[in-house]
Design a protein around this ligand. Sequence first.
Ligand SMILES: Nc1ncnc2c1ncn2[C@@H]1O[C@H](COP(=O)(O)OP(=O)(O)OP(=O)(O)O)[C@@H](O)[C@H]1O
Length: 302
Amino acid sequence: MSDLILPDYRVQTDAVRNRFARIKKRPVTMEVKGVSKYFSSKHGTITALKDINLTIHKREFVCVIGPSGCGKSTLIRIMAGLEQASEGEVRLDGKAVDKPGPERGMVFQGYTLFPWLSVKQNIMFGLRESGYNKGSAEAEARQWIELIGLSRFENSYPHQLSGGMKQRVAIARALANKPKVLLMDEPFGALDAQTRSKMQSHLMEIWKNIDVTVFFITHDLDEAIYLADRILVLKSNPGEVQEIIEVPIPQPRHPDQFLTAEFLATKKHLEQLIHPANQDDDEDHLNLIRMVPVNDDVGSVF
Ligand SMILES: Nc1ncnc2c1ncn2[C@@H]1O[C@H](COP(=O)(O)OP(=O)(O)OP(=O)(O)O)[C@@H](O)[C@H]1O
């Protein structure tokens, strides 16, 4: 990629610039204001997050990337109300978040469906909790099952589903409660590459058709660029905002865009942010002793 002449990732076409202008005019849904988080450990205090500020507008899709340990999960847990910030606050539609609530749906990497409930019962569960009677919860669940294309599996149990199907059910279950924000922590991290790419397209389709704002953690740069309006890049030790990038790829997104100059330029920039050149990290080196015959030529040019 280094030999290609790529545009600057900050250059936007008129369509992309206009889209961002429209997004910025939408009301703010979530605000992360000066959030810091400290943990005590036997080695002292860990600053997992330091002064994080982010404003997310209604219907925006924001992805978060950053090296392992930069505080991504801590941030999403604070946004979900599962963890308290040490300093600062998170607001949803102007109201401080201090505990989990139905207006924030969560989807995690691990399959979090109830194994003893069928697909339909899993989706009905939250609806029943929020006061739907059995008949209306069932009708609502069926609509979601149809939307995620699993009508044939409504009475199947999680162990009878593939990983991708389970995550589709988890997304439907989170969305059935009509949250304002969907918080997703590496939801496709455990899936094989092909299923993952299908799930990304499914999620894009769902997001286009459902009135929801998405905050999505991933390790995968392609996934972040493909899905996001903006990408929050965190750095570690302490977890701080490195950059917030407006993705210059037009909507609607399509897998063909993975090879466009804008896509490659954005990916190159993210790679530079996450793996800066000349960074000599001891953990990246393998201390290998050669344990092959002297004339072994695997790995040499021939
Ligand atoms: N409950 C805890 N107690 C002590 N330290 C914690 C706790 N939770 C997280 N940390 C520390 O806070 C830092 C951020 O962790 P976090 O899991 O949020 O990072 P992450 O970016 O999500 O990592 P990964 O990409 O590997 O999942 C790490 O140094 C981690 O060890």
